[in-house]
Ligand binder design. Structure first.
Ligand code: URA
Length: 444
């Protein structure tokens, strides 16, 4: 295999720049459309790189176009290239854009396969650039894989990289690259895992990943099937994401009793199938409302919020700061208990944001009807459901969160966090928790 240290496109460009010398030596690499000789120094230095890129544009007029631009530069200077109405300037910009896009596509779509040659590892890729850009796009790979031995085959020329040096050989004429390796499967697995059927727009996808390149990409064999399956997947996803308690809230729901009456019929998310509902409880004219995350095992069995271990700690601390439990209204972001079974035990499972969103209309209705002076959010799930966004507790506890309504919103720890706290943090958590309850009580 004959290897050259300089690419075909670079040689052709140099011949075009030094056409006179190339003509004289009879070593013209490419036949140019005109015999015009452009003096070397006509092109300003800053435009030489762009001119080279444009010489990589795959069409017959590329040399005559470059000649024309250079001729104009020699007469008018290069300012016309900045004129958005100038036809040559437009053409110059469009050709440059096409080249950059082609280089970008190569960076995204070149897929190496691993093989061995005389016992040494070598990575080979087959790529189909739309323009003559091999010499341009390989530069990134040279920088990125400087210690590897790799080759990129194209129908224009092939780049061989070894020992930190790149060399070029003639075009690859094959129509496929028959090397199977496990990377192929990795690409397929990766692609099907990132593929989002809900975002499928066939036209846009083909624009991003033009069909022209599918032939050289292992994951492309999956595309037709993924497209076919998309409709079903979208349907399931839509069903999941659209679940909401809203249809179960009576149109004229003007009292907390009505909520309590209607809650058992709620099928707004899938949790209803596994347990009974635990409605909020307390004084419907309360000036202070506590919101927790979800009922626990005991709460679900007895249908009342905050009566298990975390609830007892909350009640005790509330009394210690001078509060009266009977003055409060106490509820949860989720009205059903989400758990996983471990033997016969039902272990608390953190709710997903889709479940919080589905159950949110019930909490919002409770807040609307009670309109308390202060809402105390016990933990981040409560704050998410009250305010619609995430507030990390470590950062925001003890602070008033922005409120769109009349009620003020305070965030504190969930009492279960105190039960779980490591010994060295326990005292600090308990002190902060107490202070937050005191603050809520003083404002309400
Ligand atoms: N944890 C909560 O968030 N709510 C309860 O009702 C009980 C425990």
């Amino acid at each position: 295999m004959e290897l050259s240290t300089i690419s075909k496109t670079r040689t052709a460009f140099n011949d075009w720049l030094n056409k006179e010398a190339a003509l004289q030596s009879n070593l013209l690499f490419e036949s140019f459309s005109s015999e015009k000789v452009i003096p070397k120094d006509v092109l300003p230095r800053k435009l030489k790189g762009d001119a080279y890129a444009i010489s990589c544009y795959r069409d017959e007029t590329r040399w005559s176009f470059l000649d024309r631009v250079c001729e104009r530069i020699s007469k008018e200077g290069s300012r016309f290239l900045e004129d958005p109405a100038d036809r040559d300037a437009i053409e110059w910009t469009n050709r440059l854009k096409a080249i950059r896009r082609d280089v970008h596509k190569a960076h995204a779509f070149v897929r190496f396969k691993k093989t061995t040659e005389e016992g040494k590892e070598i990575f080979i890729a087959w790529h189909r650039p739309q323009h003559l850009t091999t010499d341009l796009f390989i530069r990134l790979f040279c920088r990125r894989f400087p210690t590897m031995h790799w080759m990129i085959l194209t129908a224009d020329e092939c780049a061989h990289f070894e020992n930190g040096k790149v060399q070029f050989s003639k075009a690859y004429e094959g129509q496929s690259l028959e090397i199977e390796d496990h990377w192929e499967e990795n690409w397929r697995t990766y692609y099907s895992s990132i593929y989002n059927p809900a975002r499928l727009m066939v036209q846009a996808m083909k624009k991003e990943m033009p069909q022209w390149h599918w032939q050289t990409m292992p994951e492309s064999s999956l595309i037709p099937n993924l497209i076919r399956q998309s409709q079903n997947k979208i349907h399931t996803m839509a069903q999941k994401s659209q679940r909401s308690a809203s249809p179960y809230i009576p149109t004229f729901c003007q009292s907390i009793e009505k909520i309590q009456e209607s809650l058992p019929q709620c099928e707004g998310c899938s949790l209803h199938a596994h347990c009974r509902v635990t409605p909020g409880k307390g004084n419907s004219k309360a000036s202070l409302l506590f919101v927790g995350e979800q009922p626990g095992d005991e709460e679900e069995k007895r249908g009342e919020p905050f009566i298990g271990p975390a609830g007892q700690l909350l009640r005790k601390t509330w009394e210690e700061v001078g509060g009266n439990w009977n003055d409060l209204y106490v509820t949860n972001a989720l009205k059903h208990f989400k758990y996983e079974l471990r033997g016969k035990m039902r272990l608390h499972k953190r709710p997903g944001s889709d479940e919080v969103a589905a159950c949110r209309p019930w909490l919002q209705k409770e807040l609307e009807l009670i309109s308390p002076k202060v809402i105390l959010c016990l933990g981040s799930t409560a704050a998410l459901s009250v305010s619609g966004r995430l507030w990390p507790v470590e950062r925001y506890r003890g602070t008033w969160l922005p409120s769109a309504g009349q009620s003020r919103i305070l965030l504190t720890y969930h009492p279960a966090a105190l039960l779980r706290a490591p010994d060295q943090k326990k005292q600090e958590y308990e002190r902060d928790f107490k202070n937050d309850l005191k603050l809520a009580l003083s404002v309400a």
